[in-house]
Design a protein around this ligand. Structure first.
Ligand code: NAD
Length: 247
């Protein structure tokens, strides 16, 4: 799949799924912009890509901060003149049962996952509208179906699906595809370091028809499909990458 000279902006690209996505898009010819609140990680990941012959730029940005996103988009436009593909991947969990969840726990998760998608789309979409072309891929989660202890995360990830569908209707007339991926449990380095990793894994395996955990590559393969011309008649949709686990 060739993305030769396509400008791809990926949020949360300093680690995990976003980092692998940046590597794979770069291997397939794209110019990748790795954005992350952790500027050092973004920088290191971009350096690795450049050292391997790819084209990458790192930008430190908090997706929940309007100034950061305004500046990020300006920097990309100054350097590359356009944005072809936007991948809204930044997100994290902060789990507590509802009685223990603070307003800060709620706001932090909603602001990163949901407001983050809003801000990047608001600032990047005018360039896609100008081009009459573009792909926006938002990363939701199977958790949109509702997980105990994840009122904030489940709400944010369900919100991303509504946002995706609204944007697909708003931007479709400009040939901009807006889709969403809902991964199930995905075995990233961060997940493997989780103190309850073995317990989480055992439970997930029992509930997953394909009897294995997802890998970052499973999600990235679907991102690439949605970013390609192969999916040009798909918009406003949610692709589940869950090994068949729904619930
Ligand atoms: N790993 C899973 O099991 C899983 C399952 C379903 C959905 N997801 C979703 O996939 C996406 C990537 O997850 P991952 O597992 O690779 O996580 P990860 O923690 O490995 O990477 C997430 C990256 O986002 C960055 N980030 C956090 N807050 C940010 C902010 N405010 N602004 C910019 N960057 C920020 C982090 O610094 C980190 O580099 C997330 O949206 C996550 O919710 C993950």
């Amino acid at each position: 799949m060739s993305f030769k000279d396509k400008v791809v902006v990926i949020t949360g690209a300093g680690n995990g799924i976003g980092k692998l996505a940046a590597q794979k898009f770069a291997e397939n010819g794209a110019i990748v912009v790795l954005s992350d609140i952790n500027g050092d990680n973004a920088e290191q990941s971009a350096t690795e890509i450049n050292e391997n012959g790819g084209q990458a730029m790192a930008i430190k940005a908090d997706v929940s901060n309007e100034n950061d996103i305004d500046n990020m988009v300006s920097k990309v436009i100054d350097k590359y003149k356009t944005i072809d593909i936007l991948i809204n991947n930044a997100g994290f969990t902060r789990d507590f049962l509802i009685g223990k969840m603070t307003i800060d726990d709620w706001d932090a998760v909603i602001n990163t996952s949901l407001k983050g998608c809003f801000l990047t789309t608001k600032y990047a979409s005018p360039y896609m509208i100008e081009n009459k072309a573009g792909k926006i891929i938002n990363i939701s989660s199977r958790a949109y179906l509702g997980n105990p202890g994840q009122a904030n995360y489940s709400s944010a990830k369900a919100g991303i699906i509504g946002f995706t569908k609204a944007m697909a209707k708003e931007l479709g007339r400009y040939s901009i595809n807006v889709n969403c991926i809902a991964p199930g449990l995905t075995e990233t380095a961060a997940l493997k370091e989780h103190e309850k990793y073995e317990m989480i894994k055992e439970r997930a395996l029992k509930e997953t028809p394909l009897r294995r955990l997802g890998q970052a590559e499973d999600v990235v393969n679907v991102m690439m499909f949605l970013a390609s011309d192969q999916s040009s008649y798909i918009t406003g949709d949610v692709l589940h990458v869950t090994g068949g686990r729904f619930g």
